[in-house]
Write a new protein. Sequence first.
Length: 480
Amino acid sequence: MNSFNNFNLNTEILKSLDILDYKIPSQVQSRVIPVLIDKKDILVKSKTGTGKSASFAIPICNKMKKLENKLKALVIVPTRELALQVKEEIEKIGRLKMIKCSVILGKEPLKNQILELKQGTNVIVATPGRMIDHISRGSVDLGDLDYFIIDEVDKMFTKGFKTDINTIMKNIPNTSCKAFFSATVDNDLKEICNGYMKDYEYIEVDEEEILKNQIEEKYIKVEKQKLKYDALKNVLYKFKPETTIIFTNTKKQAEVLYENMKSEGFLVEQIHGDISQERRFYIIDSFKKHEFNILISSDIISRGIHIDDVSLVINYDIPSDSEIYVHRIGRTGRAGKRGKAISLVSNNECRDFENIEVYTKNKIEVIDIEYCEKDKIEYQKTIKELLNKYALLENQEQDEFKGEVVKIHISIGKKKKIRIGDIVGALSNIDGLENSDLGVIKIYDNYSTVDILNQKGKKFLNDYKEIIVKNKKAKIREEK
């Protein structure tokens, strides 16, 4: 299948995909979407960067009825970062169908989560421990669940979540479609899945073909580790990548490299295990927004984190585990785009690199490059222009939905005893707005948000600065 139109999707879903510039289904999407639309259980082996999240988000959103007020899908993931990214993907794809998605994470106030769930949600994306908390408290009803998804299921079991998954599975209806996704699948994992799904289809995406088609791999021979820094600068100045992720084997090496590059004026940040989860998420978000263009990382983001448009991945250190190499270079060449991966290989790392070539069945080309002062000047000029361009786009607040949907901020919320019906009532009394123009509504403590559909949001904001909600004045503005 070479078009999303071939999947018999709802009009709203096709329109969202078109707005999001999802033109041609990836290999995993072509194989998974039809199976999940038919609600068949599956185990999928597919690396990150292949459109895996959309492969389950699209069937979930397609199955959902407009204005549905029941929980229809549960997605379990191992980390906070991945949960937030999956939620974002589902909300984008389901935005025109007014699909409500909640993210349920540990270390966040349970009370606020319970209040959000009481308002009604269609999809929950959660980490295992906090999901069990809500199941035990009765604050979530899984009785009408159509889909149960586990992403990075191999990570779940290696990180000791098996007991948690068992507890959750006991509460999943037998009629729910189950789909487990993993970057790696061995016989042990298949055996575990046999215990959860009686008759499932196994889908394996050809990773070697993806690597060959989307990622250009090269390596540079470096005699000694201490010569790698100069080789790194050669790569950056010669290839002039817009965005780069540099992987090291240790947090110590990441720190040393970060300090060296920062002292030379590179726009660089670092993440590793000693940096708090909140700080890591902030750094990754800033990288996505092009606030800097080089990210140094230990293997903490080698898999499971969606960062599109990474021009270049550099293996500053060669991993001893060939699978880690595949996960690392999978940060580039994503969503059908071309990418480049360059490894700096010292004499001591030759054996590990040869093992990688055997594992990937790919003879990687060696290159020898050296920059001149002109290359350095051009690189610095290019990066400055790119950052200015992205800063301008950020200031213009361009939205992917191009005015089709505008999220409105209303300065009144739960503390004033406001409910969703009160917001609907207030907006339905506005000339030119009908119930069909109202999308997802969320009520927070001190404010509320609502999606205005059908390209009516901008006019509404131009015509009104405040509205009356439950006999109370409330200011309105576009939600940033």
